[in-house]
Design a protein around this ligand. Structure first.
Ligand SMILES: [Zn+2]
Ligand SMILES: [Zn+2]
Length: 430
């Protein structure tokens, strides 16, 4: 974590574009205190370069003195949607400048808050390592705001996770979910948030009848290499997930399994042409030795966009254990006006898929505008959010482990992430 975000409380940090604002810089500790009565030089740089008619990206260069309360108040204007760097130097002591970062947003993105989540992971009820309640608590501990247990063929474990925290006030949004495997279809799909299980429908005679009819209707109308039964199984399943109100996710086409990619190129291409799914798992849960699969998915996505086939994206760990490497390596940042609109926000393209491998730079992927903003958030704001989540996650874990005090302690922490964001976003009460 950058030392500046630990040492100075800067409010607000997310601002409305094209408005004037006063940034308050409060040193949190004695070793970074501003000297009383001393003038500090403040330069305001625009990350996206000079304004029209100017030659310098520096739009403010003047002296500010800290107030009697020790805080520096910097008034400036924040043009356009972009990151801003405020460079503070003390002309006298010659120390290195402090660089503080804030971001200004156009109204549509300003009205949304970031939510970190994982749309795909497993518990010990399929082939994962831990119980659903443990998985949920571990998710909060690593800074996630939303999640679902999505076991292979099984919906009940996701409900078990939710049930384990019934009656307890906590801020992790938990969805029902499942990884869906239609019979004789190689494609894996996620039912994220659906009100009923789609896997359970595969046992019914109705499923077999409807898919047979669909396959017969598709035969002869599909591109070469697309098996009608596979195409029909995907269409039926994805439509059923939508009927359940779930976010339908097309998973890991470039996962290398049994010597081949999980989804053949012809079928992959046809699915992108038809777009029967809500979101593409752009970043999937691959080990370091398998990262070429994510490279291929990224290249595939870029090419689809170039062909005019824009799709919403998610990133998912597909973790099969909370103490395995994959857990926390990949996630989604969704931008939603409120938690109730989270799935609709992903469906509307307001999300990025993130790779966050240990010891590596955070790499959000998706639309340029959102990636740029997500990079700022990952550096300047989310580390503060994640620390609050960690405390909550520890208490959720204690509750799952039977600690009778944990629920009451958890309730006392509830709302802290929202309060943090309320403070850091300019004059809002989302
Ligand atoms: Zn899978
Ligand atoms: Zn999976």
């Amino acid at each position: 974590m950058k030392s500046e975000i630990r040492h100075y409380d800067v409010t607000p940090r997310v601002l409305r574009a094209d408005e004037e604002a006063v940034l308050t810089v409060r040193p949190l500790f004695g070793h970074v205190r501003f000297a009383a009565g001393k003038a500090y030089r403040v330069e305001h740089y625009l990350m996206d370069g000079p304004l029209p008619g100017n030659s310098s990206p520096c739009i403010l260069d003047r002296q500010f003195k800290p107030g009697r309360d020790g805080m520096l108040r910097i008034r400036s204007r924040f043009p356009g949607e972009q990151e801003h760097c405020l460079r503070i130097t003390s002309p006298k002591d010659g120390g290195p400048p402090i660089e503080l970062r804030v971001y200004s947003l156009r109204p549509d993105l300003f009205a949304r808050r970031p939510c970190k989540g994982d749309t795909h992971m497993h518990s010990s009820h399929s082939d994962g390592g831990e119980s659903p309640a443990y998985v949920a608590a571990a998710c909060r501990r690593i800074g996630l705001d939303f999640m679902a247990v999505t076991d292979h063929h099984r919906y009940a474990p996701s409900l078990e996770a939710i049930e384990a925290f019934a009656g307890v006030r906590h801020d992790l949004t938990m969805y029902p979910g499942e990884e869906v495997h239609p019979p004789d279809v190689p494609v894996h799909m996620i039912n994220f948030g659906g009100r009923f299980s789609v896997n359970e429908q595969f046992r019914t005679a109705r499923y077999k009848r409807e898919v047979r009819t669909l396959a017969a209707a598709l035969a002869g109308r599909l591109p070469p290499g697309v098996v009608p039964g596979h195409a029909a199984g995907c269409l039926w399943t994805l439509a059923k997930i939508r009927e359940a109100g779930g976010l339908s996710v097309f998973c890991h086409p470039h996962w290398i399994h049994a010597c081949t990619y999980n989804v053949a190129e012809a079928l992959n291409d046809w699915l992108f042409q038809e777009r029967p799914f809500d979101a593409f798992e752009l970043i999937g849960g691959y080990w370091r030795s398998q990262l070429e699969s994510n490279q291929l998915q990224s290249a595939w996505y870029t090419e689809q966009i170039a062909r005019g086939r824009a799709v919403p994206v998610v990133g998912a760990s597909d973790a099969h254990g909370c103490h395995n490497d994959l857990f926390g390596w990949y996630y989604t940042i969704a931008f939603a006006p409120c938690r109730e609109k989270l799935l609709d926000s992903i469906r509307g393209g307001w999300s990025v898929a993130v790779e966050d491998l240990p010891g590596d730079t955070v790499r959000p992927r998706g639309a340029y505008r959102l990636v740029k903003y997500a990079l700022f958030l990952s550096r300047e704001i989310l580390p503060l959010h994640d620390e609050l989540c960690e405390e909550e996650g520890r208490l959720m874990m204690a509750h799952a482990g039977g600690d009778p005090q944990a629920g009451a302690n958890l309730a006392r922490l509830s709302g802290r992430c929202d309060q943090l964001y309320d403070r850091l976003w300019q004059g809002t009460n989302c």
